[in-house]
Ligand binder design. Structure first.
Ligand SMILES: [Zn+2]
Length: 66
């Protein structure tokens, strides 16, 4: 008995088997589109570039001339 799933992208039923290499997607196209959107979403995370650029090295007070 063939198990079928719905393509997460377009809803088309996909046979869950070796004949469907892109399962759970119905095709490579759907798979790539879904993956692309996922990556795009990931990239859209607002960059919180909040680190202070205070790169002052902790300079110890050298025991200089007195
Ligand atoms: Zn599809």
């Amino acid at each position: 008995m063939a198990t079928t799933v719905s393509c997460p992208r377009c809803g088309k039923s996909v046979v869950w088997g070796p004949q469907s290499p892109w399962r759970p997607f119905c095709s490579e196209r759907c798979r790539l589109v879904d993956l692309g959107e996922w990556l795009d979403e990931n990239r859209r995370i607002p960059g919180t570039e909040d680190d202070l650029d205070d790169d002052s090295p902790i300079s110890e007070h050298s025991p200089g001339a007195h």
